[in-house]
Design a binder for this molecule. Structure first.
Ligand SMILES: N[C@@H](CCC(=O)NCCCC(=O)O)C(=O)O
Length: 254
């Protein structure tokens, strides 16, 4: 049986002539196989959702990656061609879930677009097309039809000593995959940098003084759950935090 229920905010996608509220299966599988929890996909509603009603009923929040980007108006910048594509409904529900989960101490794991939403939700900003910035490596998804190649482990990060992530993975070097064009620019006041890539790109953060597990990573640990130690440890730690909450639920929000 599953040891807790975890909300995953959906993306808006269109195919087969319909509009769908969708979450990629690799996050569903990683939640089940890596964290031992049951995921629950939350619809993406541009007018907003009652996120406290959701959070009263779950034990954790998992924010997935996506090819779309947070709209720059959320961090005070004008939209340009390089900022798209967008998913305003995902922006709205995901960032409201993030803020309230942190306030209520509900375990939060934010991946790729998720760490970017976490940073923006708490007052930070993003840089776009970072591969064009001086000194940056190319963090984009490799152009290949092969999913394993696209998600291949391909650059190192340095995990800060004494960080939350170091308590999960140990400090020092780790190897991760990379499929992103944007990254944290101005880090939110309540976030601590936990790991950086060799070019200085922020690769992991934690929420300062968070009452619960609250970590964001720029890479994709969900993809290699079951065959990669870093991926397995991250999802196991998230699952442990969710299990603990499931056993000792806090009072519902007033
Ligand atoms: N769109 C943002 C976030 C990147 C992200 O979440 N990538 C996952 C998509 C994987 C795929 O393309 O299949 C950015 O580009 O920085």
């Amino acid at each position: 049986m599953h040891n807790g229920l975890v909300a995953i905010p959906a993306d808006i996608r269109s195919f087969d002539g319909y509009t769908w509220h969708a979450a990629p299966d690799q996050y569903i599988r990683a939640a089940i196989d890596g964290a031992g929890v049951l995921p629950l996909v939350v619809p993406a509603l541009e007018d907003g959702a009652d996120v406290d009603m959701v959070l009263d009923r779950v034990d954790g929040v998992l924010i997935s990656g996506s090819r779309t980007n947070v709209h720059p108006s959320h961090y005070g910048e004008e939209e340009t061609e390089s900022h798209g594509p967008f998913d305003p409904a995902r922006d709205r529900v995901s960032m409201e879930l993030i803020r309230r989960a942190i306030e209520r101490g509900i375990p939060l794991l934010a991946i790729c677009r998720g760490i970017q939403e976490l940073n923006v939700a708490l007052g930070g900003s993003l840089a776009t097309e970072i591969q064009e910035l001086p000194g940056r490596i190319d963090h984009r998804k490799p152009e290949t039809p092969d999913r394993d190649e696209a998600f291949a482990i391909r650059h190192s990060i340095k995990i800060k000593e004494g960080s939350c992530l170091a308590s999960i993975l140990g400090s020092g070097e780790a190897q991760v995959n990379s499929l992103h064009r944007q990254a944290i620019s101005r880090i939110a006041p309540r976030l601590a940098t936990e790991a950086v890539a060799e070019d200085g790109t922020v690769e992991a953060v934690s929420v300062i003084d968070a009452p619960g597990f609250a970590i964001g990573v720029q890479w994709h640990p969900e993809y290699w759950v079951g065959s990669d130690h870093v991926s397995d440890r991250i999802f196991a730690a998230f699952g442990e935090a969710v299990r603990t909450r499931h056993k000792q639920p806090a009072q519902a929000a007033e």
